[in-house]
Write a protein that binds this ligand. Structure first.
Ligand code: PLP
Length: 363
């Protein structure tokens, strides 16, 4: 079986260094908010070209903390892509803000300016862009809209570590960016972890306070915060993997290049093949009108696939209030998408087999 993703194999090349880092933390006797976190925050922010990095508990909290720090009045409208993981939506509704779902661009499946502008009202305060599947949104037109209507932009960069847009990294394309280091991400910890990046000094300061009980000085609380800290252990482990991120992403790009050039099947739609080397291919998502049949064919041939995602946020039971919305393209995508195996440990022989098996698939 070629699994969609085997995390044990993904982390194996770094095994010795990860164990050494874990031992270092164990021996230090210091486990929360210390030098490991500071070092990783600095290195990850530098890698992305951003002034401030703040390590937090996970990607969801990173988005939540950005919205807490921005402190929009309740009822403010936030434009988000309808085609995203539920983590983009949860912080908005948790903070009594109103998510306004935008249909994706039909070619890239990403949020785009043309779909955003008609949704802007006088209550709109921000746009959340999600660089879905590892490809950056087309940011220049979105930045122009934000300037025109005086809106903040927040990046959900949980799938885009190292992705670039016009030579700038994901995380450096907005007012503040949220990253997840969930184990399956392009830069993955061995547990939950996340970060907020921003060039805004005041916003960075607020996020720093908020993630640690609203406190800078122990037992002195300036604001009502929460506990969402990146721990020393995960920071040390991430520090081992960060220097390999670019090479890992290049391997992903090489596999994507082959899939795009060599998969030829009449009823299968492939992702766009421009910007191959700016996209970091967190997922390689194809579409098939008989997705479930195609998926079982691949499983019979021992190729593991996953659906990202089977149900759109506005169609989830958790968001029954939004079920009346009609977002036909988003709903259509959720019925047709399928993610092929694409990861750093896939061998060339496995890539050959996947391509050949797909090219021989019945229509
Ligand atoms: C993974 C992911 C998140 C959430 O990250 P967690 O660390 O699991 O909380 C948010 N948004 C997107 C697009 C993601 O893929």
């Amino acid at each position: 079986m070629i699994p969609h993703l085997d995390l044990k194999q993904v982390n194996k090349p770094y095994s010795e260094s990860l164990q050494a880092a874990a031992s270092r933390v164990l021996a230090s006797g210091w486990y929360v908010l210390g030098r490991e976190v500071e070092t990783f925050e600095r290195n990850f922010a530098d890698y992305c070209g951003v002034k401030h990095g703040i390590g937090v508990g996970n990607g969801l909290d990173a988005i939540h903390l950005i919205f807490r720090a921005l402190d929009f009045p309740a009822g403010s409208e936030i434009i988000i892509p309808a085609n995203t993981y539920i983590a983009t939506v949860l912080p908005i509704t948790a903070l009594s803000l109103v998510p306004v779902f935008a249909e994706p661009d039909a070619r890239t499946y990403n949020l785009a300016a043309a779909q955003i502008e008609p949704l802007i009202t006088e209550k709109t305060r921000a746009i959340v862009v999600v660089h879905l599947y590892g490809r950056c949104c087309d940011m220049t037109p979105i930045q122009e809209l934000a300037a025109k209507y005086n809106l903040k932009i927040i990046e959900d960069a949980a799938q885009a570590h190292g992705a670039t847009y016009q030579n700038r990294k994901a995380g450096n394309l907005s007012d503040a960016a949220a990253f997840s280091f969930y184990p399956t991400k392009n830069l993955g910890a061995l547990g939950d972890a996340g970060a907020v990046l921003t060039n805004d000094d005041a916003l960075a300061h607020r996020v720093r306070l908020l993630r640690n009980y609203g406190s800078e000085q122990k037992y002195i609380h300036q604001i009502q915060g929460m506990n969402s800290r990146l721990d020393e252990l995960q920071a040390a482990l991430l520090g081992v993997k960060l220097p390999h991120l670019d090479a890992d992403n290049r391997r992903r790009q090489a596999i994507a290049t082959r899939y795009l050039a060599e998969i030829k099947h009449p009823t299968l739609s492939l992702p766009p093949s421009d910007h191959i080397h700016e996209d970091v291919w967190h997922l390689f998502v194809v579409r098939h009108p008989q997705r479930d049949a195609f998926m079982s064919y691949l499983h019979q041939k021992n190729i593991g696939t996953v659906i990202h995602y089977p149900v759109a946020p506005h169609e989830q039971d958790a968001y029954a209030d939004y079920r009346h919305l009609e977002l036909p393209l988003t709903e259509h995508l959720h019925r047709e998408v399928l993610s092929l195996p694409l990861n750093t440990v896939l061998t060339n022989v496995e890539v050959d087999y996947i391509i050949e098996t797909i090219n021989n698939a019945p229509n």
